[in-house]
Design a protein around this ligand. Structure first.
Ligand SMILES: Nc1ncnc2c1ncn2[C@@H]1O[C@H](COP(=O)(O)OP(=O)(O)OP(=O)(O)O)[C@@H](O)[C@H]1O
Length: 392
């Protein structure tokens, strides 16, 4: 029996399989419904043809006053898990217990009837959550004000921009006194000032609710989350401390990015044997060169050498263009090394992945590109959330 101390969200060994083939998925769906009608058990551990586990054996609990950050790379299963929690889809095995009123912002515009006005949708959402008309009346102004949609509140939701839908969706979900609040990455659609407002609101809601927030924004997760669940290919890869979870997520990112490592050469006379850095580990402000070992059957004029660096959160943080510095390069016939001086690297401590592209004279056609050929570890004496160290 639920007690005052019971977690508001309890997830026990939950799994959900999806089918990659739509026709087959419809067929499985029909079979499952028929099976349930004749009382067959739904619980299953095995996959059928073309199926995969979008969520596999996931367990955790969230209590009132707690905010759980749900993180993981694209396709890790985060949205599927939220949809399971919100009852939009049913698990194939395991048990989900949700206690109290659930406010959720999952798919963009979900929960809204597009032909009804914003105002009508607020009333429908509120009554679905069990609020009386008087309770919704009392909240209406606050919802409209927060969503900044006063001028359009009597227009059909289908005329709203994506940002407006998200603003209204978040405002409704967070204003109607939820016990559980589920927020998906859709918040990213809103502009920066609205997002900041949302994060403040989540901070307020969490004092009286259990909150799960999905985000690729690790700063937001670090600010709001009390714990994190890191999902990887449907499974829980880590459950615990935010700092540790974010670190593991970033490590996973660099590993996966490096596994995408590839060199593509577009000129039949050219082969590229290796792209590397002059040093793999530097201190902030030290110089680095990109070393390209190639073999060419003829000399080729190079119009542009470009390189771009991503941090472990996949943000593009720095770029090099040879034309910006009036550096010029040429591919000679035979086997040679091209050394591209990227200059001093002012990045703060962290791990950075480089991509590079070398173009023909016209600067449009690629001679070759190297995706994630090398990783640069930058060390510094300071721990910082900033990216660039000025004055280095
Ligand atoms: N209805 C569905 N039918 C089949 N496959 C699906 C369905 N919904 C999701 N998937 C697949 O399940 C996997 C998990 O998707 P999900 O949207 O949960 O990932 P995610 O972690 O939220 O990713 P992202 O960060 O990109 O939003 C993906 O491979 C996705 O393509």
């Amino acid at each position: 029996m639920a007690t005052a101390e019971s977690p508001l969200i309890e997830v026990e060994h939950v799994s959900k399989a999806f089918c990659r083939d739509l026709k087959r998925a419809l067929w499985y769906g029909m079979k499952d419904i028929t099976g349930e009608l004749v009382g067959q058990r739904r619980d299953r551990e095995t996959l059928r043809r073309d199926e995969f586990w979008a969520v596999k054996d996931v367990s955790f609990q969230v209590r009132r006053g707690e905010c759980l950050g749900l993180i993981g790379r694209n396709g890790a299963g985060k949205t599927s898990l939220l949809r399971l929690l919100n009852g939009l889809i049913r698990p194939d095995s395991g048990q989900i217990t949700m206690r109290g009123r659930i406010g959720a912002l999952i798919a963009l515009g979900a929960g809204f009837n597009p032909v009804l006005t914003g105002r009508e949708n607020i009333y429908i959402n509120g009554s679905v959550l069990g609020l009386s008309k008087r309770e919704i009346d009392a909240k209406l102004d606050e919802i409209v004000e927060f969503a900044e949609v006063r001028d359009s509140i009597d227009a059909p939701v289908q005329t709203y921009s994506s940002g407006m839908k998200v603003r209204l969706g978040f405002s409704v979900a967070s204003s109607l006194q939820p016990d559980v609040l589920l927020i998906d990455e859709v918040l990213a659609v809103g502009d920066q000032s609205f997002r900041t407002k949302c994060y403040q609101r989540i901070g307020e809601v969490v004092s009286r609710a259990a909150v799960i927030i999905v985000s690729h924004d690790m700063n937001a997760i670090q600010r709001l989350g009390d714990r994190v669940v890191l999902m990887h290919r449907g499974k829980v890869a880590y459950l615990g401390e935010v700092v540790e979870g974010v670190e593991r997520y970033e490590k996973l990112n660099t590993q996966e990015v490096q596994s995408e490592r590839a060199i593509h050469v577009f000129d039949p006379d050219l082969t590229v044997d290796r792209v590397a850095l002059s040093r793999d580990v530097i201190r902030t402000g030290e110089p680095v060169s990109l070393l390209i070992d190639y073999t060419s059957r003829r000399p080729i004029e190079v119009g542009l050498v470009g390189s771009i660096m991503r941090d472990s959160r996949e943000n593009f943080v720095a770029q090099y263009r040879s034309d910006a510095r009036a550096d010029s390069y040429r591919i000679e016939a035979g086997s040679h090394r091209m050394s591209v001086n990227l200059g001093p690297i002012p990045l703060t401590s962290g791990r950075y992945v480089l991509n590079c592209g070398v173009y023909h004279e016209d600067k449009k056609r690629l001679l070759f590109s190297a995706i994630a050929p090398c990783v640069l570890d930058v060390q510094s004496n300071f721990v910082s959330t900033a990216i660039i160290e000025l004055g280095t």
